[in-house]
Write a protein that binds this ligand. Structure first.
Ligand SMILES: *[C@@H]1O[C@H](CO)[C@@H](O)[C@H](O)[C@H]1NC(C)=O
Length: 337
């Protein structure tokens, strides 16, 4: 039905009825009500929301195939991540999804292994406006929650803001970065918001996505991977199950936002994702990708120089680049400009 005919119909209903409104039978009243609602919704969808971000399919395309492709192109050394994150998002986002709680990821790994990079790409693929979308809320451990003695306030703030976001748009994405730098306990109220049937008032939490990023357990992951490789397992053959229980334990026991939190006790975190430490070959891939981003051919000499001057390796295994692919962007930019 076109906008005009809808409008005419509703006006017609109003104009033709000579009786005062209260004498209308309930059915007619609700027809008028729905008509008005319909016009409102129609108007919004076809004018306002074509130009402004709305909580709809245009603004939230959820393009997970694109995410899959871009991770393949740009994320190096993290076979477990793509294997698990993409299908989980796919299932959560599909039209036939009947999820009964939000999708909750906990990303773990050393700095420079790509946690933020992946979270950013998820935002980019799900929302037309990427991480600038009004439906993406990002929190930074140290900056947003600096004082351990203010934990009560922070809990209140998280509780309040998560509710407000969910009411505004159920398909919201929440990214909590530097979780290990947050005071313990900040997430205690969150567990109740991401659990099944969390809201008595009907607010829909089942479409939301939560991602926690922490360096916690980064060194545990490196040790585990190093040992597996020492005894002959290929890096690419390691699996989520090789790391999962280690991550759960570490997240619960090490200092930081997840320490002894009900979030873990309540089993509301769906996926613990390990970001493996980078080896030299992956650092080279990052460098080459950085050149391509500048539309340059990778320069072998510059790569060798950066590798020898700026990359150091872990002491235990001598295998893993300590800061991963962090800061390479600046180094390449400096070298070619
Ligand atoms: C992601 O892409 C790979 C190929 O790069 C493909 O094998 C896989 O099926 C894709 N995953 C999904 C969930 O579409």
């Amino acid at each position: 039905m076109s906008f005009l005919s809808l409008l005419t119909l509703c006006l017609g209903l109003l104009v033709i009825q000579p009786r005062p409104l209260e004498s209308l039978e309930p059915i007619t009243i609700s027809a008028i009500g729905f008509g008005a609602l319909g016009i409102g919704a129609y108007f919004k969808e076809h004018t306002y929301c074509r130009f402004t971000e709305c909580c709809d399919d245009r603004s939230i395309p959820g393009n997970i195939n694109e995410l899959n492709a871009s991770l393949k192109r740009t994320l190096f050394g993290q076979h477990i991540v793509a294997q698990h994150v993409v299908p989980a998002l796919m299932a959560h986002f599909s039209k036939s999804s009947n999820s009964r709680k939000p999708l909750v990821f906990s990303f773990h790994g050393q700095p420079g292994t790509g946690k933020n990079f992946v979270a950013e790409q998820i935002a980019q693929a799900l929302y037309l406006e990427g991480s600038k979308s009004g439906y993406v809320a990002k929190y930074l451990g140290q900056a947003d929650f600096p004082q351990a003695e203010n934990v009560g306030l922070y809990k209140e703030r998280i509780n309040h803001e998560v509710r407000a976001h969910l009411r505004n748009c159920p398909r919201s994405l929440f990214i909590f970065d530097e979780v290990d730098k947050m005071p313990s306990g900040v997430f205690d109220t969150l567990a109740s918001l991401v659990d099944y049937n969390a809201f008595a008032d009907g607010t829909d939490n089942t479409k939301a996505i939560f991602i926690f990023l922490s360096n916690t357990a980064g060194s545990h992951i490196a040790d585990q991977l190093g040992n597996l490789m020492k005894y002959g397992t290929l890096r690419e053959d390691t699996r989520l199950s090789d790391f999962e229980s280690l991550l759960k334990k570490a997240a619960y026991n090490l200092d930081g936002g997840l320490k002894r939190t009900t979030l873990i006790e309540a089993h509301v975190i769906d996926h613990y994702i390990p970001f493996l430490p980078m080896e030299k070959v992956h650092v080279v891939q990052c460098l080459e990708a950085e050149f391509r981003r500048w539309h340059r051919q990778p320069d072998k000499q510059i790569i060798v120089d950066i590798l020898s001057s700026s990359i150091s390796y872990d002491r235990t295994h001598g295998l893993f680049a300590i800061s991963g692919c962090k800061t390479l962007e600046k180094k390449v930019a400096m070298a070619i400009n």
